[in-house]
Design a protein around this ligand. Structure first.
Ligand code: C5P
Length: 402
C-alpha cells in the first residue's frame, strides 16, 4: 500500500544536467504507487537515456509525436496523454522550456502535452545561478505561476558549472513530498490526526513462547491506508503482523503485548482527533514471564493469568472530544452486547462482526459488519472486501467532521 496509489503522472524531462536525477525520481514515484509516463525533450537524451527511464517507469519514454519506424499508423496523441494524467511534472525544467511554456511554444511533444493538459502542472526549474536570477527567467516563472502552475523552487548548492548558489533542481524526495501534499490538499481529513490499533497482541510466557491470536492485522492496516488517503495523519499502533504499509501520512508504531499497546496508545491519545481500535487485544497475560525457556518436566502445565487493561475503554474514560470507534466480535446476542459495549467503553461507533457470517472475520479478505452508533442506530452492510469496509468506516469519520 502506497501514498500515490492509482495516480497517473506525466513526468516531462528536459535537457539539463539534473535530468540524471529523474531516474531516482521515477523510482520514488513508482515506489509510491504512481503510474508514470515519461515524456522527454530531444535535448534531454544527452543527459539520460530513454531506455533508463522506460525501464524504471515500466512504460516506453516518448519524445516524438511519431515513434521510430512508425509509418503514420499510430502516434503519441498529445491530447490523450494530457487527459490521461492526474498530474504533470516537468523536472528538470530548463530556462529554454520555461520560456516556451510561458509563451505557448509548441515545437515538441512535451510542449504539446503541456498546452493540452487540464491537470495540475508542477515545474522544478534547474539551471545555473545567473540564468536562474535573470529577469526573463523570473518573469517566466511568475507567468507560469499566474497560469496556476506550481513551482518547486530550485535549491542552493554546488552547481554543475562549479559555481555555488541557487539553481539546483529540488531533490527528488522534495518533489515527491510536494506531489503527495498536492494530492492531499483538498482531502476531507487533511486537518485530522487518527490513532488506529491493528493486529494481534503476543503475551509472553517465556523468552520463546507467547499466547496470541489469529488476527492478520489487515482490517486495521486497510483503515489506516484509507484514512491516510483521505488526508489524515495516522499513528498506526500494531501488534506483530506481516502487513505492509507505505504512506507519507502514516507513522507505524510496532508493539508486542497488550501492555505495550496500552502505553503507546496513551502516549499519542492526547494529540489525536479520533481512534479506531481494530486490534485483537489479548484479554489476559501470563502472571509471570519466565526468564529462561520453560522445560517440559511435568505432565501438566498451568499458566496463571492476569487481566489486561481494556485499552479502548481506558481511552473512552478520559476522552475529550475524540471520536472513538471500536470493533465487536460476538457469537450471541450480538446487537445487545454491542450496544452495551458502546456505553461501557464510551464509544461513538461500534463495528460489529458476526462470526456466523461466512466470509467474515479473521484471516479473510472480506468482512460483513453492522454499524451501531451512540444513539443505537443500526446499519447492517453487505459482505464486502475489507478495503471497502475500511472506506465505509472512514466515511463515517468524514461525515462526523462535516
Ligand atoms: O471487549 P471486546 O474485546 O469485545 O472489545 C473489542 C474492542 O475493544 C475492539 O475495538 C478492541 O480493539 C478493543 N479492545 C481494547 N483493549 C482490550 C480489549 C479490546 O482496546 N484489552
Amino acid at each position: 500500500m502506497t501514498s500515490l496509489g492509482g495516480k497517473k503522472i506525466i513526468l516531462g524531462v528536459t535537457g539539463g544536467i539534473a535530468a540524471y536525477k529523474t531516474a531516482h525520481l521515477v523510482r520514488l514515484l513508482i515506489k509510491a504507487g504512481a503510474e508514470v509516463q515519461v515524456i522527454m525533450t530531444p535535448a534531454s537524451h544527452q543527459f539520460v537515456t530513454p531506455y533508463t527511464l522506460a525501464t524504471l517507469s515500466k512504460k516506453p519514454a516518448y519524445t516524438n509525436f511519431f515513434n521510430a519506424g512508425d509509418q503514420g499508423g499510430t502516434w503519441n496523441n498529445h491530447v490523450d496523454l494530457a487527459l490521461w494524467a492526474d498530474l504533470m511534472i516537468i523536472a528538470p525544467a530548463t530556462a529554454n522550456t520555461l520560456a516556451k511554456m510561458a509563451n505557448g511554444y509548441c515545437d515538441n511533444l512535451l510542449m504539446a502535452i503541456y498546452l493540452s493538459a487540464k491537470c495540475p502542472v508542477m515545474v522544478a526549474p534547474a539551471m545555473d545561478l545567473d540564468m536562474y536570477v535573470h529577469p526573463t527567467t523570473e518573469r517566466n516563472l511568475s507567468l507560469l505561476e499566474s497560469f496556476g502552475n506550481i513551482i518547486i523552487p530550485a535549491e542552493d548548492g554546488e552547481l554543475a558549472s562549479g559555481l555555488i548558489g541557487k539553481g539546483r533542481m529540488a531533490e527528488p524526495e522534495t518533489i515527491v513530498t510536494s506531489v503527495t501534499n498536492l494530492f492531499n490538499a483538498n482531502l476531507p481529513l487533511k486537518e485530522k490526526k487518527l490513532l488506529i490499533t491493528a493486529g494481534p497482541t503476543y503475551e509472553p510466557i517465556d523468552p520463546v513462547r507467547f499466547i496470541g491470536n489469529h488476527s492478520s492485522g489487515k482490517m486495521g492496516f486497510d483503515i489506516a491506508f484509507e484514512a491516510a488517503k483521505q488526508g489524515a495523519k495516522v499513528i498506526l499502533v500494531t501488534g506483530p503482523t506481516n502487513q505492509k504499509i507505505s504512506h507519507a501520512n502514516v507513522e507505524v508504531v510496532h508493539v508486542m503485548s497488550a501492555l505495550e499497546m496500552y502505553n503507546a496508545c496513551h502516549k499519542y491519545f492526547g494529540n489525536v482527533d479520533a481512534v479506531i481500535a481494530a486490534a485483537a487485544v489479548a484479554d489476559y497475560r501470563p502472571k509471570t514471564v519466565a526468564t529462561e525457556k520453560i522445560k517440559k518436566n511435568s505432565e501438566e502445565f498451568i499458566i496463571e493469568m492476569d487481566k489486561n487493561p481494556d485499552i479502548l475503554a481506558s481511552l473512552g474514560a478520559i476522552k475529550n472530544n475524540q471520536f472513538l470507534v471500536g470493533f465487536a466480535l460476538e457469537t450471541q446476542n450480538e446487537i445487545e452486547n454491542a450496544k452495551a459495549k458502546i456505553t461501557k467503553k464510551n464509544l461513538d461507533l461500534i463495528v460489529l462482526n458476526s462470526l456466523k457470517d461466512e466470509g467474515a472475520g479473521f484471516g479473510k479478505p472480506t468482512n460483513k459488519v453492522t454499524f451501531i452508533d451512540r444513539k443505537f442506530n443500526i446499519e447492517p452492510l453487505e459482505l464486502k472486501p475489507k478495503e471497502a469496509v475500511a472506506k465505509d468506516i472512514i466515511d463515517k469519520i468524514i461525515k462526523h467532521y462535516e
